[in-house]
Write a protein that binds this ligand. Sequence first.
Ligand code: HEM
Length: 411
Amino acid sequence: MNAIPDRRALQLPLERFDVSDPGLYQNQSYFAYFDRLRQEDPVHWCAESRFGPYWSITRYKDIMAAEVNHQVFSSELGGIQVLDQPKDMQRPSFIRMDPPKHDEQRKVIQPIVAPGNLANMEPLIRERTRRVLDQLPRNEEFDWVERVSIELTTLMLATLFDFPVEERGKLTYWSDVAIADITDPEAPVHSEEARFAELKVMAETMGRLFNERKAQAPGFDLLSMLAHGEATRDMPLREFMGNLALLIVGGNDTTRNSMSGGLYALHQHPAEWDKLRADPSLIPNMVSEIIRWVTPVIHMRRTASRDFEFGGKRIRAGDKVCMWYVSGNRDPEAIEEPDRFIIDRPRARQHLSFGFGVHRCVGNRLAELQLRILWEELLARFDRIEVLGEPRRIYSNFIHGIRSLPVRIPG
Ligand code: HEM
């Protein structure tokens, strides 16, 4: 079910399509643009935008093909968002690197999400989820994003970094700073300079903990892993800033928005709520369907390392190339009835929300674990959660973010 069928998308000539407009995601009017692009011009050139010219890849199979071809579609040459980081404020991180350096740094933090470690973390995640849910008010309106989604993901992040829990609000703030569109009136920063300054404060705060951990025996948190990893222990300041921001945003906004977006999706599809109540063993499958439906990361960008023929188009060395996950996840050639939210859909995990190839989300199993536990505990407590209004969404073409979602639990 597409939120607002956009008549403009049906009338506008394709050469004037600019899907990098963050307003399309804030007001959920992007679906019809991508429906047309997939059908009429799946590899599309936008000659003019606020972010400069760029290609759009919109079909599922083309996104997969670009993802696995990191030799041509580089993450290092220009970054991972249609928005460029200013040249004098670059913050390299392993998501913005190509192999082999990417692989060496990714390997350092990989053990945090190894199956054994996830199993160790499960009781803690469950205990916290119970506590957060048990403290929710009854018969009273509250904001699901603030009380549940932010609280749970930030507690998780504090654990991953072994960061002081009482200061966890800083992690949420830095994450919001890192992804903000500076033209959004509600953004926490309004210039690249202000963003850089705040992320420098983050790096200083985290740097103190990093140095402490370096002096201690290796521990099982992200900072200790980075401090003892051969590929990461001597990172220059900019790279430290970049990698920290990556791990904070990666572990935070995405899962947060799946928690909010999932509840909203069920509210919009009452029959799926009924299905879920009748059979809670559907939860793991539903979690994948939620992650597809929400598509928390709207796009990832690559830069062509050389001239390349792709989908019948001539991409030139240096061109920006955006892979629109929001579109690939709604491609009827890859996903049956993609515009329906179906919690028991077969092969629900075959979505593009975690990307693919060498950069495929390192935290995907952790995200699924957190969401599974949330839904298990939620179903065990509440018969119903009423959504009282529309979600307020952030102004971004990168993170599909929900700022607030008013709800009430009948008591
Ligand atoms: C990479 C999505 C949760 C950490 C990515 C990518 C996407 C993504 C799209 C880039 C993939 C590509 O370029 O092919 C998501 C979604 C999540 C989620 C939708 C939740 C529903 C997490 C969590 C963590 C995390 C919980 C924390 C541990 C990372 C990191 C990378 C990454 C470190 C960079 C991987 C690399 O470059 O090798 N994620 N993510 N993510 N994610 Fe996630």
